[in-house]
Design a protein around this ligand. Structure first.
Ligand code: NAD
Length: 489
């Protein structure tokens, strides 16, 4: 079976692959601006049917209680994706503009393999915990705590790492016993729609348990947040949209899980290897053209070595040429759309208006006439007060900020509305760990440690979100807690 064989992807609603009520919409290769093909464009009636199907599947089948079935189905989805992995790789590079080398990790194979962790977690989970007998208020009682699925989950996802985010919601939500309506970003519809094809053809997932609704209409996401038949909304995207999702969900007090934006800091302590640290910082901000929510986009360096740090970062980033993501050596591909490219450019223009200067980059690469490319850019000469140091740009852009010692570095890192991630580099491991402990961020890398892993919870403090994705914590987000007290006499 070839994926999206006729160049037109479909919705998955109630177990059937169908076209969209609003016709179709083009999906574009961001590296070439060529139209790849068409995706089904769902309308409100399609979303209404999808929510109805998910509700029915939750209420009327044994999906939520049949752990053996769910574990088998999650493994079937993993195996089907692995069977089609080369086809998925090409499709992901074309639909997302993802550099080929990243498809060995978070852009494809990482999240597929992480489904094993999810299935194993469900298989070995302590669904019922016996709290033993006690006599609260003098009444002998046997107590137990039962974990069970929340119900219908509305999953709303962005375009930057779509497999990672779609599967980090779908996998745990399903393994925990929920039914799901997935509304992916309109910029990357095919990487979500192919999950529908694979689920329909290769798994025993019952009709209605997974529904995949691609659409250009953002209001369909809002429908999920508002609908009383949806028990939980799991959202990844910008903080502004997350706020709107939370407000929409308030009327029905549904559970809201949010993974939002970031403006994470890379702290270089004064005993660190400055050259190594600043090169790593420059390199990492170029990965996937900086379109990663946890990328450290503020490089905070000792004031006495500021110029040196800027020069090192600029040398690294200036040597990274944005280009064809299908080539094995490319680390910086295009950004997702003309709109996103223009948004990044408007921040580059703002950096100059704010009094900053470019140590490298600053615009569109002259050698890329087509495609949504932006040059890796180092902004120097600004403080943490600048808007380009406070707002998420989501492009290959690094702002370098001076600090006056460890306390000041911690202050700068924490002086942000966000708190998603951070990095600390320092030669004295104990001192670096002490700095890491003071950071208000959900993940911290110390001297190059990697937190991205199936068993590690990921998420943010402050306006970077609430709740955690991945790890056992990410599984338990999709569970309710029920306490059962049985009179013992
Ligand atoms: P976005 O917020 O514009 O859109 C995300 C999703 O929400 C899309 O599917 C969109 O159709 C939908 N949507 C839009 N308006 C909606 C509404 N009012 N109600 C419900 N759904 C709505 O984000 P984006 O531009 O697609 O993605 C980029 C953003 O995502 C960045 O800010 C980035 O930091 C963030 N992000 C965060 C994480 C994380 O884990 N914290 C991961 C990836 C991306």
């Amino acid at each position: 079976m070839a994926l999206v064989a006729d160049g037109v992807s479909r919705l998955l609603i109630d177990g059937k692959l169908t076209s969209g009520g609003a016709g179709g919409f083009a999906t574009v290769n961001p590296a070439t601006e060529e139209v790849l093909g068409e995706a089904a464009n769902a309308d409100a009636a399609d979303m209404d049917r999808a929510i109805g199907a998910a509700r029915r599947a939750f209420d009327e089948t044994d999906w939520s209680t049949n752990t053996e079935l769910r574990v088998r189905c999650v493994r079937q989805l993993r195996d089907a994706m692995l069977e089609h992995v080369e086809e998925l790789r090409d499709l992901t590079i074309a639909d997302v503009g993802a550099p080929r080398m990243l498809t060995a990790g978070a852009q494809l194979e990482g999240p597929i393999n992480d489904l094993s962790f999810v299935a194993d977690t469900a298989e070995n989970y302590e669904w019922t915990r016996d709290l033993g007998q006690a006599s609260p208020m003098g009444i002998p009682t046997r107590r137990s705590v039962v974990r069970e699925a929340v119900g219908v989950v509305g999953a709303i996802t962005p375009w930057n790492f779509p497999h990672q985010i779609n599967l980090a919601k779908l996998g745990p939500a399903l393994a925990a016993g929920n039914t799901v309506v997935l509304k992916p970003a309109p910029d990357t519809p095919w990487v979500a729609a192919v999950l529908g094809e694979l689920i329909a053809a290769n798994t025993d997932i019952p009709p209605g348990v997974v529904n995949i609704v691609t659409s250009t209409d953002h209001a369909l996401g809002a429908m999920l947040a508002k609908d009383p038949r949806v028990d939980m909304v799991s959202f990844t995207g910008s903080t502004a949209t997350g706020r709107s999702v939370m407000a929409d969900a308030a009327a029905t007090i549904k559970k809201v899980f949010l993974e939002l934006g970031g403006k994470s800091a890379f702290l270089v302590l004064d005993d660190a290897d400055l050259a190594a640290a600043c090169s790593v910082a420059g390199f990492s901000v170029c990965l996937h053209a900086g379109q990663g929510c946890a990328i450290t986009t503020r490089l905070v360096v000792p004031r006495a070595r500021y110029d040196e740090a800027v020069a090192i970062a600029a040398r690294t980033m200036g040597s990274i040429k944005p280009g064809d993501p299908s080539k094995p050596g490319t680390i910086c591909g295009p950004v997702i759309s003309a709109r996103q490219r223009d948004r990044v450019q408007s921040y580059l223009d703002l950096a100059i208006t704010e009094g900053g200067e470019f140590a490298c980059g600053g615009g569109r690469p002259a050698d890329q006439p087509a495609g949504f490319f932006i040059e890796p850019t180092v902004i120097a000469g600004l403080t943490n007060e600048a808007r380009v140091a406070r707002e998420e740009i989501f492009g290959p852009v690094l702002t370098v900020i001076p600090h006056d010692g460890d306390d000041d570095a911690v202050r700068i890192a924490n002086d942000s509305p966000y708190g998603l991630s951070a990095t600390v580099y320092g030669a004295d491991a104990e001192r670096a760990a002490g700095v890491a402990a003071r950071l208000r961020a959900g993940t911290v890398n110390v001297n190059g440690g990697v937190w991205y892993s199936a068993d590690v919870p990921f998420g943010g403090y402050k306006q970077s979100g609430n709740g955690r994705e991945m790890g056992v914590a990410g599984f338990e987000e999709y569970l309710e807690i029920k306490a059962i007290a049985t009179a013992a006499n």
